[in-house]
Write a protein that binds this ligand. Structure first.
Ligand SMILES: [Zn+2]
Length: 262
């Protein structure tokens, strides 16, 4: 049932995307205007110890360390171009955050949804209006998106604007694309200069979110700068990553491989 519902939403989303794309993203600009997709979820983690041990012991080779990033019960569940999610993974605790949305639906895992609600409320207190764009995307929907881009532009271009199915951060249920109040810079790198983008860069970590694809880190993350895409990893980890520097990455902090597909 859940699958059917999300399948329908996915189709709806695709239809909306099709309607919007021509106007906002000419073929030549698609790479900068679209974002990858994936989402995941996780819940529990033990902030410092597991990871520090992992980094100290193995530098990424330890099976025990690596499992943290493959564990669907961990907030550190990793999706990048070197590390796909478990086949067909779908979080079991998705819900719609109670916040304004661009498309009317953007499910997130429960903990991430609660954190996002708090974050939006805090932004509003600072006079900044955030709108939620996309949340969870199923592998099936990702397949439709990627296939569509591939058919239209070829896979080399498709890989620059969309994740392959199973590799999207949005499939974790822990990733959110966030728009400025009027959508003027949404899904564009100009969001960096919008009040909403500035607020998110400075404060998202306080609510457990990190900018997943920071500026200048394309080779590390495998994606161009996406000032609108935030990933929930819990407050302790998010603060730790942000404290290194505001454009530090998941891959760098946790010592996991990223970059392009193999
Ligand atoms: Zn995104």
């Amino acid at each position: 049932m859940l699958t059917l519902i999300f399948g329908s939403l996915s189709l709806l989303g695709l239809a909306i995307t099709s309607l919007i794309k021509p106007a906002e993203a000419p073929a030549s600009e698609v790479p900068q205007k679209t974002e990858e997709e994936t989402t995941e979820e996780t819940d529990t983690e033990t902030p410092e110890e597991n990871t520090d041990e992992f980094l100290a012991d193995s530098g990424g080779e330890s099976r025990e360390g690596w499992e943290i990033f493959s564990d669907t019960g961990s907030l550190l569940l990793l999706a990048n171009k070197k590390h796909p999610l478990p086949e067909g993974y779908e979080p079991s605790d998705l819900r719609e955050p109670n916040v304004p949305m661009v498309y009317g639906s953007a499910p997130l895992r429960d903990e991430a949804a609660s954190a996002l609600e708090e974050m939006f409320a805090a932004a509003a207190n600072d006079g900044v209006t955030l709108i939620l764009g996309s949340g969870y995307r199923s592998q099936e929907y990702q397949d439709q998106l990627y296939s569509g881009y591939s058919a239209e532009y070829g896979w080399e271009v498709a890989d620059t604007i969309s994740s392959r199915p199973g590799y999207s951060d949005h499939q974790t249920g822990l990733a959110a694309d966030i728009s400025d109040h009027d959508g003027a810079t949404y899904l564009t790198q100009d969001m960096e200069y919008a009040p909403e983008g500035i607020w998110l860069k400075d404060h998202a970590h306080e609510f457990g979110f990190i900018m997943r694809y920071p500026k200048g880190k394309d080779a590390v993350t495998g994606y161009a700068y996406e000032p609108w895409h935030f990933r929930y990893i819990g407050r302790d980890y998010a603060a730790a990553v942000w404290n290194v520097d505001e454009f530090y990455t998941f891959e760098e902090y946790f010592g996991v491989e990223g970059g392009d597909y193999n």
